[in-house]
Design a protein around this ligand. Sequence first.
Ligand code: GLA
Ligand code: GLA
Length: 665
Amino acid sequence: MQPNIQFGVDYYPEHWPQSRWETDFAMMQDMGIDVVRLGEFSWFKLEPADGQFDFGWLDDVLALAAKHDIHAVLGTPTAAPPAWLIAQHPDIQPVDREGRTRYFGGRHHDCQSNPIYRDYIARFVRTYAQHFGKNPTVIGWQVDNELGNSHGGLCYCKYCQRHFQKWLREKYQTIENLNDNWGTAFWSQGYQDFSQIQAPKITVTGENPSEMLDWKECHSDLINEFHAYQAKIIRQYSPDRFITHNMMGFSPVVSYYDLGRQLDFASHDQYPSGHFLADQNSFRGDRCAAELDFIRGVKQQSFWIMEQQTTITGWEVMGRLPKPGQIPLWSMQSVAHGADAIVYFRWRSSALGTEQYWHGILPHSGIPGRAYREIRHFMRQTKPLLKEINGTVPRAKVGIVFSYPQDYAIDIQPQHPDMTYVDTLMTYYKALYRRNVAVDFIQDTADFSQYELVIAPLQYLMTPALADRYAAYVQAGGQLVLTMRTGVKEANNLCMTDAALPGKTLGQVLGLTVPEYDCLRDVDVVIDWAGQQYTGTHWADLIEPTTAEPLATYGSEFYTGTPAITKNQYGQGTAYYVGTELTDALADRLVAGLPTVAAETIATPAEVEIVHRDTAAKRYYFVLNHTGEQQNITIPAGWQAYFSDQDSGHLAPYSYQVFTEEQTN
Ligand code: GLA
Ligand code: GLA
């Protein structure tokens, strides 16, 4: 149920006088816009007083949209409960880890487990979906906004505490079972009853890692259930419409795999300048690419961008002005990695509120400028292309495993202060990105046999079933890369004690044990690879091979000369083990030697990216120049220029080119 829509804008008609709306829609239609997203923060305007609904203005907006051949995605406004509701029920406001209430005045000032809030939500969403659900202009829905943004771990109120207790009771059945799984023998943390368990507010010292992992999983489940609660009502009153959600890449809160199962397709909010507070000199094409690939991996399907950056971002302070060409380039990067539709945030820079400086296609004045011209040109040029490739994805031969429990567990105990799950994944992703090798992000439950190479960094929490799956994959001929901190813990976040690291099964697959390790707090380590020197950071596993052969050895510290990176034949396949955190040059050396990577590599200058999407008949190649300089590449013989005016192989600063190639198999 993914409609053939190419371009849209996030539109907030409630910020502007009604007399302006017609002009906006006429301009949108002229630009080539097919869809507007509306309503996701408009609760007060839709229900100005308890039980009094005012939908007339939105009926008018939808009628004007229809007049201009524009469809609508409606958001439910539950990220912004109105003041009258908060005044009547102040305990809807969330409570933070320190027990402080977070008050009305911004957004997301809501507790998602509060039962009274749920009643108000049910009434609102039912009335809203009944009224708009069959309107022919409405083609789809979005529940709330960026679920997990601001909510992550935020609420520790009495309702959330009760919810946590109930969740734990369902998971563990008996309190003895919970005590065992949380290791509560440590520091006298035993419980007699589930009612004694608190939402984990600040402690005097340290936290129980097993409890924290459950808290994060419970939160993810709660947010997913919050979505399901609304989605069920929408599906009842608005049949044959899609439900999607605007996700946030690698945001570490909600399991998007779980959320994805509720959705017709995934959507993503793409702001390549990053948050305005972040380092503005650090645009990373690789990070943007990875997040897009990850969102494609949520359902292994093409997706929408629900918010694509239009120009300067900012709240209290602002980011840099995108250079000429960058906005179309970033839009094309989204398309290249699997977006079927691009919805731009926002139509016009708002004169009101916190986000006055998160600019839109139109500036505050409403006078079309460079952003408008660049985006309009992009839409006109690429609309036929987007129609042709609608629904397609690349055929990737390399899978990188992304797992929420691993992300949560490494966040709870990073072990090295600078170690994060996503950064470690990115050391591998970036090396593949630099070689233009297509990557799918996959779950640890995926069918690995679809991939020639599976890279599974930081498989820290391990179960016998998962170890067996990795073993079977290699046995049958797969190439597998595992890393430091594999098999350290059981799924409950207690340490594994039945064998030396990385555990019995994986020890055999990898042909080694790891009896000791060194957390590199104050030093990097020299890595020697066939006489070439590289650097490893953060971590050094001291590896004792049984059958593994060393590819690289340590070149400093007392373990100089012992293996740092190994390779082992197991069954029909090969298992690699990486005992340190890779720096770029070392990652390049490692991936260059992997047979699949060598075969899939397309060489380009730095920050010139090539990605593809496949139809049955053709492969579409997208060449993206993220640099501020002209770049030249050699175009292979079989590639046809897609745009008639492109000077193929000669890429202006911040520009793209597209090619097609007949599929050979
Ligand atoms: C997110 C939100 C939007 C808006 C933008 C800009 O992407 O979904 O509502 O707040 O950020 O801050
Ligand atoms: C102190 C405490 C111990 C233990 C160690 C390690 O010495 O007395 O109980 O916590 O630190 O943290």
